[in-house]
Design a protein around this ligand. Sequence first.
Ligand code: RFL
Ligand code: PHB
Length: 392
Amino acid sequence: MRTQVAIVGAGPAGLLLSHLLHLQSIRSVVLENHGRQYIEERIRAGLLEQGTVDLLVDAGVGERLKRERLVHHGIELRFGGRGHRIDLSGLTGGRTVSIYAQHEVIKDLVKARLDAGGQILFEVGDVSVHDVTGATPRVRFRKDGGAQELECDFIAGCDGFHGICRDSIPAGALTLHDQHYPFAWLGVLAETPPVSPELIYTHHDRGFALFTMRTTRISRLYLQCAPDEDIANWPDDRIWQELRTRLGDDGGRKLRDGPMLQKGITAMRGFVVEPMQHGRLFLAGDAAHIVPPTGAKGLNLAVADVRILSRALAEHYRNGGTALLDSYSEVCLRRVWKVQRFSWWMTSMLHRFHDEGPLRQRLQLAELDYLTRSKAASTSLAENYVGLPFDD
Ligand code: RFL
Ligand code: PHB
């Protein structure tokens, strides 16, 4: 089998890359180790930057997104028991963010690829990449029990944080930056209306909580918990009670119990690999970097990477040039580090660091107070939150 670009992983990065390449008449094959149903139901991100929405719409995969998304003009920061609104749109010349679940983006992209005759091979096993520093890289894998080989010009490693592409690069060729946070998030999806039409980020003595949503009837709720927390210690009643306590009296009364559709624990970690390229293998999305979810940036960053990669590949296939491919890593990393900084800053300001004394909490509260009173400080938060401009 032969293609121009072999893409490992059918997450947002891999599927969008395949679609953007198709728009430039570049052929690709996407290899995914899970089944279609699994990737179309996996609960993950929910908040899309305006640039992400615009890109999906411009690429012709935003019809349902435009109809079904919830457009948000602000967020609330709650601390000391009181809410303070950050007017995202007012501070950024009218920019917005949108709530639209990641698995809905996946459904839209899978449909677009298959409708256009695109090749996504689901349930492949034992994927491995070879000859990435030569002229003809190869991907080997098993499908329906048989061994297969895909020959290509380039490989895109879009296989997420636990994928195989990053690890196939010789250790000496990469620098890894890794930061573990001393807490995790317990996330639930519940059939209950959101307590507020906008997201609420809560700083509380007992730890951080986030009140977000998927629709006007479904809430997505997160609680800071211990990094080694056992979900079995969190029956539904305890979760509702803890959410109410952290939200505080006025908001807590509005929160209605409802059936919990999903529960899970997410580790908090920051990770960046440099460079994001080795020979003809290009890493994109979570394969190259992850951020703690407090800034809602992982998916948006994956989209920013593949936008750059698709342009670089398009230039190469148009005129043989490699300038954009050569600068891929450097251009992506400029954004990656800024987003890493923002995610670290939001995380550090809003979470309880249980092994540290009251000084840290007083500094956090001073920062939140300053942030919500200073237009300069709120503007900095707002412009990062709605998404920095694409500056390639
Ligand atoms: P993905 O989505 O992990 O996709 C990788 C795909 O590769 C497949 N794969 C393989 N395929 C073949 N062979 C192998 N050896 C393979 N190994 C893996 C996997 O099955 C999968 O289908 O990576 P991608 O495309 O880079 O996308 C990244 C995003 O998924 C991620 O950054 C976001 O979900 C992060 N995130 C958020 N991002 C936002 O922008 N906004 C948010 O509001 C937001 N909230 C979140 C989040 C992530 C969370 N969790 C669960 C980590 C909230 C949470 C709780
Ligand atoms: C979500 O809706 O899942 C979400 C929103 C904002 C975040 C993280 C997750 O910061």
